[in-house]
Design a protein around this ligand. Structure first.
Ligand code: FE
Ligand code: FE
Ligand code: FE
Length: 184
């Protein structure tokens, strides 16, 4: 196996582990999400991810290799962080903001990884391999954009609304308390 192939195999094995971990991570994110749009987005990307895992397997096969036991440490960290943060919140708008923040970190990692692999495959003259991985790259980019859209159109406004109304309730509470103190 030449050096270029060796490096591509390493990158693909990392991606394989990353996708598998992302899949499980997204299943949990979907369960914790409240926004219907966000849930649907996860449902779709989970399905895409299953195909992406198959693409990585195909790519490895093309290079005469197999997934192997490599663990993507970065994805492990991203998912671990997401799980910690989700544990700090109840379901609702704030949880949805936290989920989107975590999910976009995952997509950005994948975009970096597939961007590199596509470029490497192209440079090595492996156009078919580049095309295969470019499909995944474009799905990751679209998912990232969709998450931004859901955040901007729905989740962030809902979070701000909720946070403001809780502050307002707190202020009203204080005022009532003050009135009572004056009366007594
Ligand atoms: Fe992916
Ligand atoms: Fe990695
Ligand atoms: Fe993804």
């Amino acid at each position: 196996m030449d050096e270029v192939t060796k490096l591509m195999v390493e990158q693909l094995r990392d991606a394989y582990s990353a996708e598998k971990q992302a899949l499980r991570g997204m299943q949990k994110m979907m369960r914790n999400a409240t926004s219907e749009k966000l849930k649907q987005g996860f449902e779709m990307h989970i399905e895409q991810t299953e195909t992406q895992i198959e693409r990585v397997e195909q790519a490895l096969e093309r290079l005469g290799s197999k997934p192997g036991r490599k663990v993507c440490e970065a994805m492990r960290g991203l998912i671990e962080e997401a799980n910690h943060e989700m544990g700090d919140h109840d379901k609702g708008p704030m949880m949805d903001v936290v989920i989107i923040a975590a999910a976009q970190r995952v997509e950005h990692y994948e975009i970096a990884a597939y961007g590199t692999m596509v470029a490497l495959a192209k440079a090595a003259g492996q156009q078919e391999l580049a095309d295969l991985l470019a499909q995944t790259l474009s799905e990751e980019k679209m998912t990232d954009e969709k998450l931004t859209q859901v955040a901007e159109s729905e989740v962030n406004p809902a979070f701000i609304r909720e946070a403001r109304s809780e502050e307002q309730e707190g202020a009203n509470e204080n005022r009532r308390g003050g009135a009572r103190r004056k009366a007594s």
